[in-house]
Design a protein around this ligand. Sequence first.
Ligand code: SER
Length: 315
Amino acid sequence: MKNILITGAVGQIGSELTMKIREIYGGDNVVATTRKSEPTEQIKKTGPFEFIDVTDRKSLEAVCDKYNIDSIINMAAILSAIGEQKPMLAWDVNMNGLINVLEVARERKMERVLVPSSIAVFGPETPQVDTPQETVLKPTTMYGVTKVSGELLGDYYVNKYGLDVRGLRYPGIISHETLPGGGTTDYAVEIFYEALKNKKYTCFVKEDTKLPMMYMPDCIKSTVDLFQADFDTLKHHSDFNVGGMSFTVKDLADEIKKHIPDFEIEYKPDYRQDIADSWPDSVDDSAAREEWGWKPSYDLSAMVKDMLENLKKKL
Ligand code: SER
C-alpha cells in the first residue's frame, strides 16, 4: 500500500483515521478526500487533499489516477438517522458510491479496499445479546440495508475478481475531536458536551437503551489492524463484528455523575428509539479476535475519564 486514498476524511472517524494512516504510511502518500466539508488545517498541512464525490465516478477516477492510488479506505457514508430522513441519499452515497469505489479499484487492479460496515446490519429478528458473527441480517433502516448490501458486494468482489476487500461492523463510536453526524448513537457523544457545558442532557433514546460502543482509539486501532492484516489469515472479509464495550444510557450517565455529581439527564425518545431498539446490546467478536488479533483497550470508566479530560481542555 504505497498510495492510499481516504474518502469521508473530514468525518468523525475519517478525520482521526487519516492522521493515523499518514503517520504510518507518510503524509504525502495518503490523499484525504471529502465531498464538500472544509478540512481542518491539520488535514490540509499534513498531506494532499482533494474534493471528490464518491457518487461521481469521474471525480474518483481522476484523483486515483493523479496520485497513482493503489488502496482505498472508503469512509464516506450517510448514517442511520439521516438515512431515515433521506433514504434515497443514503442509497446513493452508500451503494452507488461503494460500487464506484469497487469498480475503480477493480479496473486499476488495486491492492486493497477497506469499507466499514456497522451494527446497523442487524435487525429486530437478530439475537440481541452477544450477537453472533453469522446471524440473521434483516435490518429495518435504509442505512442497514445499504450496509448489508455493501458487505455482500465486498465479498462478491473478493470471490469473483480476487480484489482484496475488507470491512468491520463498527458499533457506536465515541470521540472528542470531530463530532459524529446523523447517527443514532450520537447521544453517547452529545451527552459529554452537554454535561460539561450545561450539566444537563435531554437524551433522544430511553435510559435502558443498551448498545455496543467503542472509544475512538480502539476504533482507529481496529481499522488499522484489519487494514494491515495478512489476507491469507482472513476467513471473513467484509463483515467482522468488533466489540468494545456495551452500556445503557443510564450506565453512561451514572459514570459521568462520578465526575460531575450535579449532572442531570432526562429522556425524550424520538424516531431514533426504534432504530436503537432494532440493534444488538452486544456483539460476539471472536472471529476478529481469532483472524486478526482484535482486542479492545477501553472500558466504560476508562473511556468516560478520558473523554471528560480531553473535552474539558477543548471547551
Ligand atoms: N453510529 C452509527 C449510527 O448510529 C452506527 O454505525 O448510525
